[in-house]
Design a protein around this ligand. Structure first.
Ligand SMILES: *Cc1c(COP(=O)(O)O)cnc(C)c1O
Length: 373
């Protein structure tokens, strides 16, 4: 009765089964031969990760949010600084900017890819603007040429948030390699996910890397020396051991995601009022999320659920409208981001999905539009 089982949005058990013997061996090796905290696996993973992204240094930390917070601090961005970022985003991006003591300045998304609209940066820049946090949202790169050129011309720090974009490229080079500093999340849901929380910062600067290694570890500069004031946010040895295995397969998994995305794009082309994701000609998409848009989103979501097709929302409430964040933004609004929030629907797409599951989703979506035109 396998064909009656629901199509999940993700299946971590199945995903781990794809690499089971390698994961088991890596975890066993770490537990038998490595240190639990800042073990050998952490350093090895950091080197391999830096290599994959084309940056000199990677520093493993406790989460993607902490990575962003530390990246801002490493460039002196805090109290008194404005940070430009897209309003159509993951709420945690705004949290990190606020936690750093800076003020997020919201830039609306452009209408095609839903990314930071580089054409509007000029408009939003203030005397206090110090940085741009460019989120490669859903796994699709921002217009990196335009954003990097603007940052250079204005002397702004360009921080690339690659939490959703492991494996995406711009002009054939990995996202994360274009700006001054980049951040990653290894939340289990991401393309490169740990079995728990984790994150990393990527930089070419040895000085910044040294600073971050102190800041992730209580500010410790020696066994008994607390040379800086800092919290404790290290990437665990066990997570690093797991991530080393998964990084070796990342490219293959992103290729698989892209095959499934093409299957959707063929199967759903021209169906109803559905707007499908587009890919910029200079970009490759990491296909972290396959996000479609329709004004009948809630109706479609319920229809799919009744047919055993799970779907997601990324995200149903605009970040600036969140109760814990909005009040800290001086009443900032963004109708474009609110329109995206009201119409997005994430269809199941992960490297562990089978072709027949994607076909079932396509059939169910087509049935919705033929049964309820
Ligand atoms: C997931 C995510 C983060 C935060 O990552 P955590 O590891 O969950 O703290 C930051 N930015 C974006 C765009 C994300 O998707």
């Amino acid at each position: 009765m396998a064909d009656r089982a629901a199509v999940p949005t993700k299946d971590y058990g199945r995903q781990n089964a794809l690499l089971w013997s390698e994961l088991q061996a890596a975890v066993a090796d770490a537990m038998q031969h490595d240190k639990p905290v800042l073990g050998r696996a952490v350093g090895e993973f950091e080197d391999e990760l830096a290599g994959f992204f084309g940056k000199r240094h990677a520093i493993g930390v406790g989460s993607g949010t902490d990575a962003l917070l530390l990246a801002l601090r490493a460039h002196g961005i805090g109290e008194g600084s404005d940070v430009l970022t897209c309003s159509h985003t993951f709420a945690g991006v705004l949290s990190a900017i606020l936690l750093a003591g800076a003020r997020p300045v919201l830039v609306p998304p452009e209408p095609v890819f839903g990314q930071l609209d580089a054409g509007l940066l000029e408009d939003r820049v203030t005397e206090r603007t110090r940085a741009i946090v460019a989120v490669h949202f859903y796994g699709h790169p921002v217009d990196t040429d335009a954003v990097a050129a603007f940052a250079r011309q204005r002397g702004l720090v360009l921080i690339e948030d690659c939490a959703q974009a492991h494996g995406a490229t711009w002009r054939g080079r990995p996202v994360g390699s274009h700006g001054d500093i980049a951040t990653l999340s290894f939340h289990p849901s991401k393309n490169l996910g740990a079995f728990g929380d984790g994150g990393a910062v990527l930089t070419d600067s040895a000085a910044v890397a040294d600073q971050l290694r102190v800041w992730r570890n209580l500010g410790k500069t020696g066994k008994y020396d607390f040379g800086a004031l800092a919290a404790n946010t290290k990437l665990d040895t066990l997570q690093a051991a797991i991530l080393r295995v998964k990084l070796r397969h990342l490219q293959r998994f992103v290729t698989r995601r892209s095959e499934l995305a093409k299957r959707y794009l063929r199967g759903l082309d021209g169906v109803g009022d559905l707007r499908l994701p587009a890919v910029h000609p200079l970009a490759t998409h990491a296909w972290h999320l396959f996000v479609v848009r329709t004004p009948r989103r809630d109706e479609l979501k319920a229809f799919l659920a009744a047919r055993g097709v799970r779907s997601g929302l990324h995200y149903p409430v605009a970040a600036h409208a969140q109760p814990g964040i909005g009040p800290l933004l001086d009443g900032a609004r963004c109708p474009q981001a609110e329109a995206w929030a009201a119409s997005v629907l994430t269809l199941p797409l992960s490297h562990e999905h089978r072709d027949d599951e994607i076909d079932r989703v396509i059939e169910a979506v087509r049935a919705f539009y033929s049964e309820r035109p």
